[in-house]
Design a protein around this ligand. Structure first.
Ligand SMILES: [Zn+2]
Length: 340
């Protein structure tokens, strides 16, 4: 399977993270790229560097204000006396019906959903290359590859059209799906990350051409809290084109594989021309987030089941944090996918 990654994606190096109010080291560490590269290579992937694709495919998902914010906020932030090194918001609008703020502090609150996505000097570059890896994987599939893998890091599925959040800046899975739409009339996104893909859901919520399906730990007591519940089904023309399948905490292989069945029924009924798999590996039983209990062989079984849909597939890396089995879990998934 072709795989895409650019070394610039490793430069983003977030330091801070508030967990239940307490400062912690940010889990979205550059070392993830090393572990994931090892895992992809062990699955027989040839790693290729994506081409630069400019703003075009990213701007097909994200707003101009957000792109300008993300490109320039670090430099603007440094001009604030006494400001932190990383851009971290300290105020958020309760709703989006107020004025668009002119100040850097106001815009940080407007465009950053939480404190888990600090912006440093390297963030813009890393996020662009992460998105371009997803675009390149989409192009490989559009050129006839049955499947391609984007080692997208920083991850993307918590990013909305105009907001970063949860370690994510550009929604790489959404960007890949939108890019596939150049050829494909209908695209399905299946998100198997531990956390609900709230940004992806939000981006396509009113659209019937991109089906969004997410299996995740029940958000009633888990990030992202405000989204990911079973009764969120889409709106307007998109009503019925979003499916959430929350699982009880600590659910393991059998529960996860069982949840794939309603996901598959919905995807088959939608009859997409292509599939994006938002591949989080943080549903693993040994992941530091500890939300679900999928095993390493469980990822292989998950991949075999998904690939049996027989759809051209862009596999986009989402979460999955530093633990001994991170490489093996990716190898298990990609090998399972390729074996079908
Ligand atoms: Zn996650």
């Amino acid at each position: 399977m072709k795989a895409f990654y650019a070394v610039e994606q490793k430069q983003h190096n977030p330091k801070a993270f508030l967990s239940s109010g307490a400062p912690q080291p940010n889990p979205e560490q550059p070392e993830r790229t090393e572990r994931l590269l090892l895992g992809a290579k062990a699955a027989g992937c040839a790693i290729e560097r994506p081409r630069e694709h400019g703003r075009g495919p990213i701007a097909a998902i994200h707003t101009p204000e957000y792109l300008d914010f993300l490109e320039h906020i670090y430099t603007r932030w440094q001009r604030i006396e006494g400001a932190s090194e990383e851009v971290i918001p300290n105020i958020h609008p309760l709703g989006r019906n107020g004025r668009y703020p002119a100040s850097a502090v106001g815009q940080a609150g407007y465009h950053m959903a939480d404190t888990a996505c600090p912006i440093s000097a390297e963030t813009w570059d890393s996020a662009c290359w992460s998105a371009w890896s997803a675009v390149e994987a989409a192009e490989a599939v559009m050129s006839g590859a049955p499947a391609a893998y984007a080692l997208s890091r920083p991850p993307g599925h918590h990013a909305f059209a105009d907001a970063a959040g949860g370690f994510c800046f550009f929604n790489n899975s959404a960007i890949a799906a939108q890019h596939l739409r150049k050829q494909a009339a209908r695209v399905a996104i299946l998100d198997v990350d531990l956390h609900h893909g709230n940004g992806t859901q939000g981006i396509f919520y009113a659209r019937p051409d991109v089906l969004t399906v997410s299996i995740h730990a029940d958000p009633v007591r888990f990030y992202p809290f405000f989204w990911g519940h079973a009764d969120e089904r889409g709106e307007g023309p998109g009503l019925g084109y979003n499916l959430n399948l929350p699982l009880p905490r600590k659910s393991g292989d059998e529960a996860f594989l069982e949840a794939l069945q309603p996901a598959f029924r919905r995807i088959r009924a939608f009859a997409p021309d292509a599939l994006v798999v938002a591949l989080g590996l943080d549903a693993f039983e040994g992941d530091p987030f500890g939300g679900l209990s999928v095993s390493t062989p469980g990822f292989a079984r998950m991949a075999e089941a998904i690939s049996s849909l027989g759809l051209p597939s862009v596999i986009v890396q989402e979460g999955g944090y530093l633990c001994d089995a991170l490489s093996d879990n990716l190898t298990a998934f990609l090998t399972g996918y390729a074996s079908q």
